[in-house]
Each structure stands twice: as C-alpha cells, then as structure tokens.
Design a binder for this molecule. Structure first.
Ligand code: CP
Ligand code: NVA
Length: 309
C-alpha cells in the first residue's frame, strides 16, 4: 500500500514516475481519452482548513477517474468534536478506499496512516504540501523541458511550501536557494536534508537579491499561512523586504519563471505587475494540480496503471 504523507518518503524514481503519469493523463484528458480505473472506489477528503484548488482538483480528478469523492469538513465530522484520529482512521478504513486530508499537524496525517488500512494522501499540513510540489515540478518541466540543473529560488517564509520545495527540487537534480528572515527559517531537519542532498547546491540566506541571483524559477507564498491569522501584523513587518518584484527579477536568469501555489496577496509577497507578467505560468501550475493529483490517486489507489494510448 502506498501513501503520500510527505515528499521525502518518495524516491526520485517515484516522483519522476508520477510526473510522467501526470503528463500522460493531461495529454489524454485533452484528447478525450478516459481512464475509469478507480471505478467503484471512494475517496474521503477531510478538510480542517479552507481550500479551493486542493478540494476541486481531487474532487474532479477522482470523478474523471471513475471514482467517488466525498467532501468531509471537520466542522461536520466527529473529529471536529474531539473524536480521536486513531478511531476515525479505523472507522473510515472500513468505508473508503483512500483518504486525502488537509489539517494542521503532520502527526495527524501520520496517525491516520498508522491506524488506518487504506492509502493516506497529505493535502497540506503546517509542515508540508507534497501534492502542490508535484504540480510545481510538472509545470517547470512543461515550460523548461527539464528539471536537472535548474536553479529554484524561494522568497519568504520557511513554511510548508518551502519544506516540500526543498525536497522536490533536490530530489530531482535542481539546485535550491532561499531568502528568509532569520526567525522564519525552515526546521532544522529540513536544512539538514538540504545540506545532505544538495551537493553544495543548497543555500538559505537572508538577502533576497543574493538568493535570486541567476535563478531559473522564483517561487513565493503568503507571509501568513492558514492558522497564522493572528500573527498577520507581526509577519507583515518581518517579511517587508521579502517581495518578488521587478528589482528582484532583474538579477535572475533570462526567461526566469515565477510560480506561486496561490492564493496570492498582491502588494505583499509579490507585486501585481510581476504576477500578471507570469500569470500564464502561475495558472498552468494551478491547472496542473488536477493532472498531478490524478497521478497521485492512481499511484496510491489503482489496482493497475492506465494503459498508454
Ligand atoms: N495551493 C493550494 O493548495 O490551494 P488551496 O488552498 O486553494 O487548496
Ligand atoms: N503556506 C500556505 C499555502 C497555501 C496553499 C498555507 O499553509 O496557508
């Protein structure tokens, strides 16, 4: 049985195979070729936080694959009233064929996998966002034709996005640089992962212009993530210089892409002009959530691989 709890659990080969499958499913969907290979299977989608892209891509993706998606808000589930995740896992495993969960603590996702007996997919925790990064890597490959040798630069908070981007970039042969304020660096073990697998191509600095130099992809995310609403004011002050703008783009490589997981806050982590200039990349990235999530669903839940037509 295969889970997607965090990206570091997947090998480079598993990541690349998923990207290849996502490309295949995207091509086939656009040419009217359907694969109902999850027919008769149900996916529970537990949301303890808001979502547009993750919810809709999994719901539509599951339907396109012939399966049945159930949206389960924690406001309505007993989990929201304190039923332990260990019990929820054992109950839902008897009804469903897979669970996608968006929640706060990573340990909740790990507990679902430990106590349940069906595949668990992480749809974002405070720690990581592996599904988004698979769509990001897919988009970079689509625009640049390769991943290996490119330089990805992240500007902003050492948050769930940055953690998964470090793993995704370094696992696929990219180099990675980031600029974060010193109190907002990623956790120690992620920095250790970067140092171990970065082969000298991993750096985190505090100066955005230093990090962005010669970048092929610039990535940013909100200054205050879901659950950090009360820190908004403090974070606005801390991240004031950490913006993707024209000055920053001027030090990057020619044809540098800009990606954003969305939702975006124009005037905060990115200026409106840079956002609009790169809107075709950013919205292709959003579309690719659908194709990448279908590939993850197939990898984790299908009994066979879709035949290449
Ligand atoms: N990028 C992303 O996960 O978007 P949602 O929060 O809308 O799902
Ligand atoms: N870091 C953001 C990502 C949203 C997709 C958050 O956790 O809110």
């Amino acid at each position: 049985m295969k889970h997607l709890l965090k990206l570091e659990d997947w090998s480079t080969e598993e990541i690349i195979n998923t990207l290849n499958l996502a490309d295949q499913l995207k091509y086939e969907q656009k040419h009217g070729i359907e694969h109902k290979i999850l027919k008769g299977k149900s996916l529970g989608m537990i949301f303890e936080k808001s979502s547009t892209r993750t919810r809709v891509s999994f719901e539509v993706g599951m339907t396109q694959l012939g399966g049945y998606p159930l949206f389960l808000s924690s406001n309505d589930l007993q989990i929201g009233r304190g039923e332990p995740v260990e019990d929820t896992a054992r109950v839902l495993s008897r009804f469903l064929d897979g669970i996608m969960i968006r929640t706060f603590e990573q340990k909740e996702v790990e507990a679902l996998a430990e106590y349940g007996s069906i595949p668990i997919i992480n749809g974002l925790t405070d720690y990581c966002h592996p599904c988004q990064v698979l769509a990001d890597l897919m988009t970079i490959r689509e625009f640049k034709g390769k991943l290996e040798g490119l330089k990805m630069c992240f500007i902003g908070d050492g948050n769930n996005m940055m953690n998964s981007l470090i793993v995704g970039a370094l696992s696929t042969g990219m180099s990675f640089s980031a600029a974060c304020p010193k109190d907002y660096m990623p956790p120690k073990h992620i920095i250790e992962f970067g140092e171990k697998y970065g082969n000298g191509k991993f750096e985190i600095v505090t100066d955005p212009l230093e990090a962005a130099k010669n970048a092929d992809i610039v990535y940013t995310d909100v200054w205050a993530s879901m659950g950090q609403e009360e820190e908004k004011k403090i974070r606005e002050a801390a991240f004031a210089g950490y913006q993707v703008n024209k000055e920053l783009m001027a030090v990057t490589n020619k044809d540098c892409m800009v990606l954003h997981c969305l939702p975006a806050h124009r005037g905060e982590e990115i200026t409106a002009d840079v956002f609009e200039e790169h809107a075709n990349e950013i919205f292709e990235e959003a579309e690719n959530r659908l194709h990448a999530q279908k590939a993850v669903l197939v990898e984790c839940m299908a009994d066979e691989m879709p035949e290449k037509v």
